[in-house]
Design a protein around this ligand. Structure first.
Ligand code: DGL
Length: 281
């Protein structure tokens, strides 16, 4: 059977850690009947400070792992991996691969009225100019102001969503964007929606925040609809979570990211994930 046409096949989702659970949350809202297999590479997080080659290698390994479940589509629920690995994944795997950058950029463009868009993300996402390239491809009237916010990831993974340390870091990172006069800010990292309240308070109520995960969940609906592979079942989909490490605070933080108690978590050895692909081969 051609698994791409198997409607009940799960959707595979991966992230460098638990940030991608913010995307899963929106995927479940948009597609409650779909089965989902999630892989969070919690042993190797963060990806945002690693080289492009390493992120590409890890992304191929993570996708190869998810392919073992016969997934009908891959969602790269990590902006860093989306910004450097999406083309490699699309050329290597025979399923639709949906990333964060294209949908996030489109939504940002839809929101701006003064044509000044801010983007925050990991060092890798910002240094690769992933969003500015994508936005400029869609419109040449927009100015894009980008800022890397590497400390947001550990703060989010720590669950410090309303903590003086996070306020101070946010004030420092966001000051140049406020000064630039942006009216829209793309949260170009799937960890950041968890810090949304702090970010909104820092930039003020008039700046619209774009969650790349919400935008991506709409793209998944569109892609599955166009390919005619939506799950037509009436029952609630099953959700299975794999991680490469289970940190002590995992349950608490993962539930925070997902917006509900997380169950069905399994650990998979990093050695196994690493054995699935090597860039040197
Ligand atoms: N969640 C990842 C992203 O969206 C970032 C975390 C990391 O640095 O690994 O970019």
């Amino acid at each position: 059977m051609d698994f791409m046409k198997d409607r009940s096949a799960p959707i595979g989702v991966f992230d460098s850690g638990i940030g991608g659970l913010t995307v899963v949350k929106h995927l479940i809202d948009a597609l409650p009947n779909e089965n989902i297999v999630y892989f969070g590479d919690t042993a190797r997080v963060p990806y945002g400070s690693k080289s492009n080659d390493t992120v590409i290698e890890y992304s191929i390994q993570n996708t190869a792992f998810l392919m073992e479940f016969g997934v009908k589509a891959i969602v790269v629920a990590c902006n860093t991996a989306s910004s450097v690995a999406i083309e490699s994944l699309r050329s290597k795997f025979d399923v639709p691969v949906i990333g964060m950058i294209e949908p996030g950029a489109k939504y940002g463009l839809g929101y701006t009225s003064n044509n000044k868009i801010g983007v925050i993300g990991t060092r890798a996402t910002i240094n690769n100019n992933a969003y500015s390239h994508q936005i400029k491809e869609l419109s040449n009237e927009v100015e894009v102001f980008e800022s890397a916010c590497p400390l947001f990831v550990p703060l989010a993974e720590e669950g410090w969503v309303d903590h003086p340390a996070t306020w101070a870091v946010a004030a420092e990172y966001l000051a140049p964007l406020k000064k630039a006069g942006i009216d829209t800010l793309i949260l170009g990292c799937t960890h950041y929606p968890i810090l949304r309240a702090v970010i909104q308070r820092e930039v003020g109520p008039d700046i619209k925040l774009v969650d790349s995960g919400i935008a991506a969940s709409y793209s998944v609906v569109k892609e599955l609809t166009e390919r005619d592979i939506l799950n037509k079942s009436n029952s609630q989909g099953s959700h299975i979570y794999y991680v490469s490490d289970v940190p002590t605070t995992f349950q608490f933080v993962a539930s925070l990211f997902l917006g509900k108690e997380i169950t069905n978590i399994h650990k998979v050895e990093t050695d196994y994930i690493s054995s699935l692909f090597s860039i040197k081969k």
